[in-house]
Structures are given as structure tokens and as C-alpha cells.
Design a protein around this ligand. Structure first.
Ligand code: ADP
Length: 820
């Protein structure tokens, strides 16, 4: 069994030795790779002490010292052989001259006795005191009565200049808690078991972030870390000379591998970054520090916010893309500095400001400096100027400057430098508008008297919005205002990066940007897309209107044609009817005339017989003959009326005007109704001025009067009939007023029509033809050139009458009926 174990152990040792040899070989081959065969072979002691010297995943010896030493070896064509061992093994080999160089050796007088050191310090290391976050530690005195965590046996704990000795020398009373590693030191502070702790500078800067501790300003025990060489080395002096030379040169160049390595290893960043190729800043000759370059690498995305209406500096065009002077600068800076500054779209300016204050937005690329903004941002060097101006309506009086608007209502944009300016430097109490456009509209509409803003962007929007009633009235001050990049105040690195980028722009480049944006003619108007959409809609609507119009026109033409034809037909029919009517009237007139002759014979002979001229008649004969005589008279009257009407309608009636005295004519008419008046005991009154003389057709006027009077008597049973005549300018009004049965309102319009007889208890008794009033109207209008009228109230009586000209005029003979 034991034998087996022994054998197994032997095999293991062999494998380990083989692996060791492979690693060793690998190290040699790594060092050999880039060097010619006859180059100087230098043995370097190596041990594991990350990040100063260590083995990476592929077994290469890397770290702060090897990376720098490799560069020097490359330049000097040395071949490096890394000999691995522990720290004490390495020191021992150095002492025995088995290695040529040992790295990472802190210089001390004691060590200087044993080894040779180079002159140029590679790195100064020191101890740093870290403390609990809630403690305030400014100096060594503050460590009194504190529990101090330290690493056992460390030079910073027990060395000549270690913390124990310092505390003793200053007689500061404190407790030490000794642990085995720096890691434990920081853990104790973090969990409150210690108040403070001591670690070396490199460990602190690399790992303190992982613990809840804070760095104090107490540092002590600086040690110069150098390269050490064996005392008996024959090449040490040559090596020292070269190493010192290269170290000095590399320290001078901020971008040398030495400086990069120090920064990257001490920041805990990936080693590859030390050897990354030239970046854009180098190509563009912008000398960024290692730290700045590193900052850029660590911030691959930087967002910025804009005022979307701050044209021509920064604004979104109709397609929602960023435009303007600032954007040109950002494009150039992104390109040159390798930055990736991107706009946060779809935010109002107010939202941008609040996000920037919360550090959700990193940059405001085009703002001026105000007290308020200084609280949140740091500012780059100015890169563009503007003037602040007062904008008013064109009808406002002439202004000379800001003092002239002290008592006016003044608009200003929220979160703008102009608002801060008005509040800080004037007594104006501005009215705040959320956007620049709103403020300009308010000024244009007269809601405010003036607006204070950036002259360039105001001019842009005045033209773009076509606010023709606005003018740039006066500058606020004569000095130009400056615009800057405002950057969140916890990013000071970016300020200096952007400043370097801005500095790298040539005057020509800046001129080109300005020329591009300042000389642009901003035509008022809307996006072409919108214009086309409207044009398209208008064309469609116009097309529909035109089609409707054509259709309507077509129908109208057809209708007009139809109506013209109908009119033509109608007038032809009319014409035919007129002719027929005339024929009818002429027929009736001639027929009636023929009828009158036999009627006259009947009336005449029956009258002679009734008078007894042909012998005596018995009562029965007398009665029957009287009936024959009356019927014949009635028929004759009817025929006479028909003849008259027919004559008038056929236009064949003769008008024979003559001078008459009205009262005489009235007397004459009364005679014909006297027997009826007497029979009914109706009183007749006449109010007729004697001087009324007329030049008219006597026969026809008499006919009218008789007809009216006979109606008045017929349709009255008692009371009176009054005839009144009145002069009216050139006319005479004759009224026949009775106290008879009267006529209802609804029947009045029917009167004066032919064969119209109204229902009444007298209808039968009174007898009649229904032609009397019709004839009166025809005579009055078409022969006498006047008119008729009637007023009546049922049961109370009626007033019929005529209004005729004093002197008849043939052209006045027209048909008019007045019912009042
Ligand atoms: P008629 O021969 O029937 O009297 P008219 O043309 O003279 O015909 O009158 C038409 C109708 O007007 C009469 O039937 C009668 O009903 C009414 N009328 C005319 N005059 C009077 C009047 N003075 N009072 C009441 N009704 C009248």
C-alpha cells in the first residue's frame, strides 16, 4: 500500500515537473517570439502579485511590470526569460545572481546593501487609511480611540514608518485589529467591526469600491518601487541605463504603454485596453489623457436633450430628424472624439430640463449659463453666440431697449435663459409660456405686449409661422450671449473632452456650419407631404363639385327646354282660348240681339192687352198675361246683361264719355227703384255735393248705380239706403250704404264673380241672375277706368261702391277688384 502511494506520488511529481517545464518553455517561447537569435537573454524573476506581475489564462507572465519591461526589451532587442518562484525564492535567486532582474522591489537602505537598484522609480506606493462612511476622519489626530484594522507583518503595519510606530510617535491612543490580508481589513470596516483600516494605495484604488468604505486623506509610508539587480551582475549597469532611459521617456508621454498600464491596472480595467490601437482622437490630433480616453470607452452611450423649437440651433424637422447648428457640432465631435452622443426625441423642453436635472439626460448641447443651471450642470467653452432681443407687434411704438418694456406685459419661454435673465436683471414680471411658439403667438394675438427671446430662433419662427405682424423691436443688451454644452455635474471628464473636441475644430469648419444655417431662407409653410395631401383632397372635392355642377347643369338645361316648350304650348292654348272666348262672346252678343226683338214684341203686345186697349180682360186673363209680361221683362234684362258682358269680354263695347252732373245721374238712377222703395218703406238718403261733375260714360255709370241700388233694395227689408259721393283728388267715390241682411266675411271674395249668388232667406224672394255685380265690376274697371269696393257685416248691412276717375281715360280701363 505504502509502496503504491509512493509510486503514485512519484508519478504525480513527474507530471507536475512536466507541466512546470511546459509552462516554463511557454514563457521562454513567449519571450523569444519577437527577438532575433543573437539578442541578449535576460532572466527576470516572476511571482504572483496581481496586478503588478501575474500569470494570465494562457500562462503568460503579464502585469504592470512585465508589460512595461516587455516594451523596453522589444526596443532594446533583449530576450526575456521569466523565472517563476515565490517572492522569497525570487529574492534569493537575485542574491545568487541566478536571475538578472527582479521587479516590484520597494527601495530601502537595507535592501540597497544587498541589491543594486535602478534610479528611476517605477511606482511610488504608500499606505492609505480608509474609514467607515459615517465617520469624519481628516487627520491622524482623528484616529484617537479608534479601532484600526491592519495587515499583520506588513511594512505599513510594523515597518519603520508603519502605522504602529506613527501612532506611538504621536502618542495617539488606539486599538489595532490585526488580520491576514488587505481584503479582511476592508471587510472589518465595512461591517463596523473596525472604525478605520490601512491598505496599500494600489489595493485601495482597485478594491475599495467593492466595500462600503471611504477614502481618507491620511497617507503615509511612501515607498519607491524599483527594479533590483544582483550585486555581482556584469550586465546590471547596462540594463539600468537602458531601463531608466525608457522609463523617463515613457513617463513624459501621457499615451505611452507605461502611463496606460499604470492607469488601466490601477483602475481595474481590462489589460487589453493598454494595447488598443490608435483611436479617432489620435488621428484627429486631439490629445486626450488616458483617463479621458478610458472615460469615453466606459461611456459608450451618452444622451442629450434639445429644445425641439430652438431653430436654427437645434430642432426637429418635419421628418422628426435633428437639425441645426448644434447638430453639426455634435456630428463632428462624435466623429472626432469617438463619442456616441444621441438625441432623446419626443420630449418637450420642460421634460428635457427635468430629466437633465435628474441625470436621466446627460447633456444639453446648446444652452446659455444661468445661476439656476449652474446648480445642476457644468458648462463647456462657448461655441456659438446669439443676441437676446425684444419682439413686439409691428404696430407697437419704437423701443430702444429693455427699460422701455419694464411696464409692459412680457412673454418669455419656460426654462429658458431669457426667463432667468428677466427675473435676475430686470423688474419685469414675465408671463411664462411653455414653448417659444406659444409665446410668439401670444405676442402676435395681442395677449402680451412683448416677447424676450433669442433673436435667431425668434426670427426663424416668425418667418416659419408667417406672423407678419411681429417685428424684432430692439436688442436687450449690446453684448452677445454665449451658448455652451451643459453637462451633468458628476461628469467633469466629459467637459474637458468636449472642450478639447471643440478646440480641434478649425475656423473654416465653424464658418461652414454657420454659413449653412444662418444663410438659410426659411420659407413659411408646411411640409410638402401635407401640402400634397391637401392638394389631393382639394382636387377630389373640386372634382366632385364639378361633376355635380355638370349634372345639375344638364338637368337644368333639360328643365328649361321642357318649360320653354310648356310655355309655348300654354301661350298657344291661351291664344286659342282667347279666340274661342271672343267667338263665344260674339256669338252670345249676336244671338242675344236676335232674341231681344221677339221679346220686345211679347212685352209690347202683352202690355197693350193688359192696358185693355184690345178689349176687357177677365181677372184670370189679366193675371196670366201679367206673368207673361214679367217673365219676358226678366228675360230681356238677362239678355241685356249678357249682351253687355259679352261685348265687354269681346272688347267690342263702345265708350262714350260726356259731361254729367253726378247728382242728376243719381236722381235718375233712384227713379228706377222708387216703386220698390215705396213698397218696402225703406228711406233713401243722398249726400251728393251738387258741384261734382264728371266726364264719363253716363249710360254705363247709370247702369252701375241702378244695379247697386236695386241690390240694396232687394237685400234689405227695412231701414234706409244712403248714397254718398265724395271727391278724392281726381276721383269720385260713390257709396251705396244699406241696412240689409249683410254678407259674411268668407263670402265677400266671391262677390263680383259671374253667376255668383249667395245663400240667404231672400235668395228666392229677391230673384236675380247673379250677373249684376259681375257686370258692375266689368263696367267700372274696363269702361269707366275705375274700381269697385264692398264692406259688409252679416245682419247689419252692406256698403257697395265705385271709385272712378272724374275724367275718363281710355288707358285706365283695367280689371281691379278691391275688397276692404
Ligand atoms: P242678383 O241678380 O242675384 O242680385 P248680383 O250679381 O246683383 O245678382 O248679386 C250677387 C249676389 O250678391 C246676390 O245674389 C246677393 O246674394 C248678394 N248681394 C248683392 N247686393 C247685396 C246687398 N246690397 N245686400 C246683401 N247681399 C247682396
Amino acid at each position: 500500500m505504502l509502496k503504491q502511494i509512493f509510486q503514485f506520488t512519484n508519478i504525480n511529481i513527474c507530471i507536475i515537473a512536466l507541466l512546470y517545464a511546459l509552462v516554463f518553455m511557454d514563457n521562454i517561447s513567449f519571450a523569444n517570439t519577437d527577438h532575433p537569435k543573437d539578442s541578449l537573454i535576460i532572466r527576470v524573476g516572476s511571482y504572483n502579485n496581481r496586478p503588478k506581475i501575474y500569470f494570465n489564462e494562457s500562462g503568460q507572465v503579464v502585469g504592470l511590470f512585465p508589460d512595461v519591461l516587455n516594451i523596453i526589451a522589444q526596443k532594446e532587442e533583449w530576450k526575456l526569460q521569466y523565472i517563476q518562484g515565490s517572492w522569497s525564492e525570487c529574492l534569493n535567486r537575485l542574491k545568487q545572481n541566478e536571475i538578472d532582474i527582479m521587479v516590484d522591489v520597494a527601495f530601502s537602505k537595507a535592501r540597497a546593501q544587498k541589491y543594486i537598484f535602478n534610479k528611476e522609480t517605477f511606482l511610488v506606493n504608500w499606505a492609505t487609511v480608509y474609514a467607515r462612511k459615517d465617520l469624519r476622519i481628516d487627520s491622524l489626530i482623528d484616529l484617537k480611540k479608534k479601532r484600526i484594522a491592519v495587515m499583520k507583518g506588513s511594512i505599513h503595519t510594523d515597518g519603520d514608518n508603519g502605522i504602529k510606530r506613527i501612532m506611538y510617535q504621536f502618542a495617539i491612543d488606539c486599538d489595532f485589529i490585526e488580520v491576514d490580508s488587505y481584503k479582511e481589513v476592508l471587510t472589518l470596516i465595512s461591517n463596523g467591526k473596525a472604525d478605520v483600516g490601512v491598505v496599500n494605495r494600489i489595493f485601495g484604488s482597485l478594491f475599495s469600491k467593492l466595500y462600503d468604505v471611504k477614502k481618507t486623506s491620511i497617507i503615509f509610508n511612501p515607498s519607491h518601487i524599483k527594479f533590483a539587480f544582483p550585486k555581482q551582475s556584469t550586465i546590471a549597469q547596462k540594463l539600468i541605463e537602458k531601463i531608466d532611459y525608457h522609463l523617463r521617456e515613457m513617463k513624459k508621454n501621457s499615451d505611452s504603454i507605461y502611463n496606460r498600464a499604470i492607469y488601466i491596472y490601477l483602475s481595474g480595467l481590462p489589460r487589453e485596453l493598454i494595447f488598443s490601437k490608435k483611436d479617432k482622437t489620435e488621428i484627429n490630433n486631439i490629445s486626450l489623457t488616458i483617463a479621458e480616453k478610458e472615460w469615453i470607452r466606459n461611456h459608450p452611450n451618452i444622451n442629450f436633450g434639445i429644445d425641439p423649437e430652438f431653430a436654427p440651433f437645434e430642432f426637429l424637422n418635419n421628418e422628426g430628424e435633428l437639425n441645426g447648428i448644434t447638430f453639426e457640432y455634435i456630428k463632428l465631435l462624435n466623429e472626432r472624439l469617438g463619442l456616441n452622443m444621441k438625441v432623446e426625441k419626443n420630449l418637450s423642453w420642460n421634460m428635457v430640463i427635468s430629466k437633465a436635472k435628474n441625470k436621466e439626460i446627460d447633456i444639453l448641447p446648446c444652452v446659455s449659463i444661468t445661476k439656476e443651471r449652474k446648480k445642476y450642470f457644468k458648462f463647456s467653452r462657448p461655441y456659438v453666440n446669439f443676441y437676446r432681443a425684444i419682439i413686439t407687434r409691428t404696430d407697437m411704438p419704437f423701443l430702444t431697449g429693455i427699460n422701455d418694456i419694464e411696464n409692459m406685459t412680457v412673454a418669455v419661454q419656460e426654462n429658458s435663459s431669457h426667463k432667468d435673465y428677466l427675473l435676475e436683471y430686470t423688474t419685469i414680471k414675465p408671463i411664462i409660456y411653455q414653448t417659444l411658439k406659444d409665446a410668439l403667438y401670444a405676442t402676435s394675438n395681442g395677449n402680451v405686449q412683448a416677447f424676450v427671446g433669442n433673436i435667431a430662433s425668434s426670427a426663424y419662427w416668425i418667418r416659419k409661422l408667417n406672423l407678419v405682424n411681429l417685428k424684432i423691436a430692439a436688442p436687450t443688451t449690446q453684448e452677445a450671449q454665449t451658448l455652451h454644452f451643459a453637462i451633468r455635474n458628476d461628469w467633469p471628464e466629459l467637459i474637458s473632452i468636449i472642450n478639447k473636441g471643440l478646440k480641434s475644430l478649425t475656423p473654416q469648419e465653424e464658418r461652414d456650419i454657420r454659413k449653412k444655417w444662418v444663410n438659410v431662407e426659411y420659407k413659411p409653410g408646411i411640409a410638402p407631404g401635407i401640402v400634397w395631401r391637401y392638394i389631393f383632397q382639394i382636387i377630389i372635392v373640386a372634382g366632385i363639385i364639378v361633376l355635380l355642377f355638370l349634372f345639375w347643369n344638364f338637368r337644368l338645361k333639360r328643365e328649361i327646354k321642357r318649360r320653354i316648350q310648356a310655355d309655348k304650348d300654354l301661350s298657344e292654348a291661351n291664344e286659342r282660348l282667347k279666340k274661342l272666348d271672343q267667338l263665344k262672346s260674339m256669338f252670345i252678343a249676336s244671338m242675344s240681339h236676335e232674341l231681344r226683338t221677339p221679346l220686345n214684341s211679347i212685352i209690347g203686345f202683352t202690355g197693350v192687352i193688359l192696358l185693355g186697349m184690345t178689349g176687357p180682360l177677365n181677372e184670370k186673363q189679366k193675371d196670366q198675361l201679367t206673368r207673361v209680361n214679367n217673365s219676358a221683362k226678366h228675360l230681356l234684362n238677362l239678355i241685356t246683361d249678357v249682351i253687355d258682358i259679352s261685348k265687354i269680354e269681346a272688347g267690342k263695347i263702345d265708350i262714350n264719355p260726356q259731361h254729367i252732373v253726378l247728382s242728376e245721374l243719381v236722381n235718375e238712377s233712384v227713379i228706377s227703384v222708387e216703386p220698390q222703395l215705396a213698397a218696402k218703406a225703406i228711406e233713401l238718403k243722398k249726400i251728393i255735393p251738387d258741384d261734382i261733375k264728371l266726364y264719363t260714360d253716363k249710360k254705363r255709370l247709370l247702369q252701375c248705380m241702378i244695379n247697386y241700388l236695386s241690390n240694396a233694395v232687394k237685400y234689405s227689408e227695412k231701414g234706409s239706403i244712403t248714397i254718398i259721393a265724395k271727391k278724392l283728388d281726381h276721383k269720385i267715390k260713390i257709396s251705396i250704404i244699406d241696412t240689409g241682411i249683410g254678407i259674411s266675411k268668407k263670402d265677400l271674395p266671391k262677390l263680383f264673380n259671374s253667376f255668383e249668388r249667395l245663400d240667404s232667406h231672400l235668395k228666392i224672394k229677391a230673384g236675380g241672375t247673379g250677373l249684376g255685380l259681375y257686370l258692375i265690376r266689368k263696367l267700372a274697371t274696363e269702361v269707366l277706368g275705375g274700381n269697385v269696393f264692398v264692406e259688409s257685416e252679416i245682419g247689419k248691412g252692406s256698403t257697395f261702391g265705385l271709385i272712378i276717375p272724374i275724367t275718363i281715360k281710355l288707358e285706365d280701363t283695367k280689371d281691379q277688384t278691391q275688397n276692404s
